[in-house]
Design a protein around this ligand. Structure first.
Ligand code: NAD
Length: 481
């Protein structure tokens, strides 16, 4: 594997004005490679290159189907290189190799979906009476800045980049400091499919330096951010100062409500995916289970069984789909999660299983289940971003909804029951951008995703996301006759 990775600005691989950063393999704790670090000057060059492409019309003047074909081809390029990308992703991020392959497939799917959508962004004609002809068009904003988190670096970049390119924007991507390497393939994909130089710029830099410079750049026209609430607030503040729109996707403390008539066999699978996929470092993780008193003990026993069935080891040693979990992204994230478990115990919660750092090299935490959690505890409200599930009890439906809605977040929620009335009532009452009924993560690239409350605003995925990247223009024509 390459030992030094550069940034990609205006069609060229370049060093960083801020030097280099070590990228650590969290599965071993050892240094994996060095990554160039961009400074504000590099950010400026990337933004100005993107702006030049935008003003030239090289993207925005194309017939949409032509852009769409290039976007689709980027997805195929990723699939053609899935083995290399997945390996690097696993080594830098910690996830099992089979999960990394799912992530690359998911990324490719975004390019397929938004490539297909490119020619469906159509305006309308508005009747104004005999003397006028009026129509609307959707135009790209211009330069789209996208600031990417470390948990799904490939999929998150794909999510915004595909929709932004399909609608004719030029892009500057700020990759995460912890997991920058796998983003390099987006640059080579852009080259391979014939996008103009400067249409896609990929650079890594520190958040408070390159990230802040990008979000405050006066020639950026639109910003997409996924990450923590404080950083989201900083970015939204910068965007407001330049009067540009932003989309914020800021995590959550999402709850599954499990009723006494739920299919508990099926729910075991929801636990496996909901909280242990990507070692729980998922913004829409099922980090709380709110279970009816009458099935609490049985469900806890089953969930403990799921947690204990997982074999936890370096992602690179997990090529095949199975009951496995990898490292967390870094020692710091692992230690933070372990500290939150300890604090929860001090608050009166019980560790039903797991709870400790593992005594092997790398950023490993045992799959953990906490019982006896009450809504007032910090662990019931704060995002752990790790393989830690909090279990709370309820006695009636209203109480379940009240607990589910009791945090400042509102990204997703779930209800598990065989009663259709109960499910639809809960779906209406849960304050979240997405509600899963009887399957956590039901949905896909096609379904809109985004938060209520502190989980952010704007929607990614689905048709909705296209409108993040375009602005409406109305053309009113006075006719002679
Ligand atoms: P973060 O929000 O600080 O970082 C996310 C991205 O923002 C990175 O690319 C970072 O470089 C950049 N950034 C940081 N400061 C910036 C600034 N001032 N201006 C512009 N960009 C900036 O998140 P983190 O420190 O990597 O993780 C902390 C917590 O955030 C996690 O524990 C988790 O709770 C949450 N998180 C959520 C998601 C999600 O998908 N919602 C993803 C990653 C992290």
């Amino acid at each position: 594997m390459k030992t030094y990775w550069q940034n990609y600005i205006d069609g060229a691989w370049v060093d960083g004005g801020a030097g280099r950063i070590d990228v650590i393999n969290p599965g071993t704790g050892e240094r994996l490679a060095e990554q160039a670090l961009a400074d504000a000057g590099d950010v400026d060059r990337a933004v100005m290159a993107a702006r030049r492409v935008h003003l030239s019309g090289a993207l925005s003047d194309l017939r949409p189907v032509e852009r769409g074909r290039m976007v689709q081809a980027m997805g195929r390029y990723l699939m053609d290189h899935i083995d290399e990308i997945a390996e690097v992703l696993t080594l830098e991020q910690g996830k099992p190799l089979w999960e990394a392959r799912i992530e690359v497939e998911g990324a490719a799917r975004y390019f397929e979906y938004y490539g297909n959508q490119a020619e469906t962004v159509e305006g309308r004609s508005i009747p104004l009476g005999k003397g006028y002809f009026d129509f609307t068009t959707y135009e790209p904003f211009g330069v789209s800045a996208q600031i990417i988190p470390w948990n799904y670096p490939v999929e998150m970049t794909a999510r915004s980049l595909s929709a932004a390119l399909a609608t004719g924007n030029a892009c500057v991507i700020k990759t995460p400091e912890l997991t920058p390497l796998s983003n390099a393939w987006f640059a080579s994909a852009a080259e391979a499919v014939g996008l103009p130089k400067g249409a896609v710029n990929i650079l890594c830099g520190l958040g408070h330096e390159a990230g802040a410079a990008l979000s405050a750049h006066p020639e950026v026209n639109q910003i997409v951010f996924t990450g923590s609430v404080p950083t989201g607030i900083a970015i939204a503040t910068s965007a407001a100062k330049n009067v540009v729109p932003c989309v914020l996707e800021l995590g959550g403390k999402s709850a599954a409500i499990v009723h006494d008539d739920a299919d508990l066999d099926a729910f075991e699978n929801d636990v496996r995916w909901g909280i242990y996929f990507n070692a729980g470092q998922v913004c829409s993780a099922m980090s709380r289970v709110i279970v009816h008193d009458s099935v609490h003990d049985e469900l806890v026993e089953r969930m403990v069984g799921v947690a204990q069935s997982l074999s936890v080891k370096p992602g690179i040693d997990q090529p095949e789909y199975g009951a496995t979990m990898g490292a967390m992204v870094s020692d710091a994230q692992r230690d933070r999660a372990a500290g939150m478990i300890q604090a929860a115990e001090a608050d009166g919660a019980t560790v039903a299983t797991g709870g400790r750092k593992m005594n092997i090299p790398g950023a490993f935490l045992e799959p953990t289940i906490l019982t006896g959690v009450t809504p007032d505890m910090a662990i019931a409200n704060d995002e752990v971003f790790g393989p830690v599930l909090s279990v709370l009890k309820f006695r009636d439906d209203d109480e379940a909804i009240q607990i589910a809605n009791g945090t400042p977040y509102g990204l997703v929620g779930g209800v598990f029951t065989s009663d259709l009335d109960r499910a639809t009532t809960a779906a209406r009452q849960i304050r979240a951008g997405q509600v899963f009924v009887n399957e956590w993560y039901a949905g896909g690239v096609e379904t809109p995703f985004g938060g209520y409350g502190k989980s952010g605003y704007g929607r990614e995925k689905g048709r909705e996301a296209l409108w993040n990247y375009v602005q409406t223009k109305n053309v009113a024509i006075k006719l002679k006759g």
